[in-house]
Design a protein around this ligand. Structure first.
Ligand SMILES: Nc1ncnc2c1ncn2[C@@H]1O[C@H](COP(=O)(O)OP(=O)(O)OP(=O)(O)O)[C@@H](O)[C@H]1O
Ligand SMILES: [Mg+2]
Length: 324
């Protein structure tokens, strides 16, 4: 990959037309995944210290992927992923291994301890719902799990890799290749048709243009949008937009799918659809962590972790006598 790390573009989110440019153009690439103004649920400081370009789209410099063992080889190999039915390769280590994680936000004179010592282990193939009152630290936790932010203290291993030891470029690499994000606000680029939105993570990963299109179209087919691939987000319903976002989250064949209130803006029919899709994703062996306020959404998951005041208050895996 030969991406050109550009400075943050002053928060502008216009994508322009990606056309057939190589992966070296200024990257709005991950903006749909991490919007330019920061995460929907949090102030802009919920970003990596290096700023928007790094958190949102920092390309890994040449050579940096070497320190990120690619589970499936460099880039996104032909013939894997969506085409293979999103089947996840096996492995024994937990996908998420967070120990005594704390996160303190310093804003001016005030400091907020958003996480106060969270230990969470999620094994490959689990489907976990994270619940808890507003302000309890759910989104903060997701930012940590998604390598969008780093712990103040504690350790986090993602698929066996110590995230705290990674450079920002490596974190960007991990985010792009190993994690699929779905947000409440969809975070699609308005100027791009559905398939272009879905292919963006592959552009960033340096995947060949033809393969990108192929994989994006297959991903859209999997979410039932084969007949909407040329539609722009404004021409799609909320549920359809979120389906595009799910396709985008899966197109890189990630280890982990993180969803922060993915049904928060949807009506009940669309909520059912999205839950059905996430259920399929889980059934195919993928690890899913979903944040929700709604009990019926959490009920779709096999395990519920409840947060309160920056701590895990209870965890059905533990309550059930699990070894975590
Ligand atoms: N970037 C930030 N800077 C300062 N404080 C922050 C930041 N992000 C979150 N916080 C604070 O950390 C605490 C946890 O916030 P967080 O967004 O994780 O809560 P949440 O459980 O996701 O809430 P909600 O259900 O409302 O989305 C809150 O007190 C919040 O005000
Ligand atoms: Mg939140």
């Amino acid at each position: 990959m030969t991406e050109d790390p550009r400075p943050p573009a002053g928060g502008e989110g216009a994508a322009g037309e990606p056309g057939d440019e190589p992966a070296t153009r200024r990257l709005p690439v991950m903006e749909p995944v991490v919007p330019p103004g920061g995460m929907p649920a949090g102030p802009p400081t919920v970003r990596l210290p290096a700023g928007p370009a790094s958190a949102a789209s920092a390309p890994a410099g040449p050579g940096s992927p070497a320190r990120v063992p690619a589970q499936q080889g460099p880039g996104v190999p032909a013939g894997s992923g969506v085409a293979a039915g999103w089947v996840v390769p096996g492995g024994t280590e937990p996908v998420i291994d967070l120990v005594d994680g704390t996160k303190t936000y310093e804003t001016g004179a005030a400091s907020v301890q958003a996480l106060r010592g969270v230990t969470l282990r999620v094994d490959r193939g689990e489907y976990v719902a994270i619940m808890g009152p507003s302000g309890s630290g759910k989104s903060t936790l997701m930012h940590i799990l998604g390598c969008l932010d780093v712990l103040t203290t504690g350790t986090y291993h993602l698929s066996g890799q110590d995230v705290s030891a990674m450079s920002e470029a490596e974190l960007a690499e991990v985010r792009n290749r190993r994690i699929g994000f779905v947000f409440q606000q969809f975070n699609l680029l308005a100027s791009l048709p559905a398939w272009r939105n879905v292919e963006l993570p592959l552009v960033y990963a340096g995947v060949d243009r033809r393969l990108r299109r192929e994989r994006a179209l297959r991903a859209l087919e999997r979410v039932g949008l084969a007949d909407r691939v040329e539609h722009r987000p404004g021409e799609l319903s909320g549920g359809q937009q979120q389906r595009v976002a799910v396709a985008r989250a899966l197109v890189t064949d990630p280890d982990l799918v993180l969803a922060d209130e993915p049904t928060g803006n949807l009506d009940s029919a669309s909520t059912e659809e999205i839950l059905g899709l996430l259920g399929d994703v889980h059934a195919q062996g993928r690890t899913v962590v979903l944040i929700t306020h709604e009990a019926e959404v959490a009920a779709a998951a096999r395990r519920t972790v409840r947060m309160r005041d920056g701590l895990v208050q209870d965890d059905t895996a533990t309550l059930a006598g699990g070894a975590r």
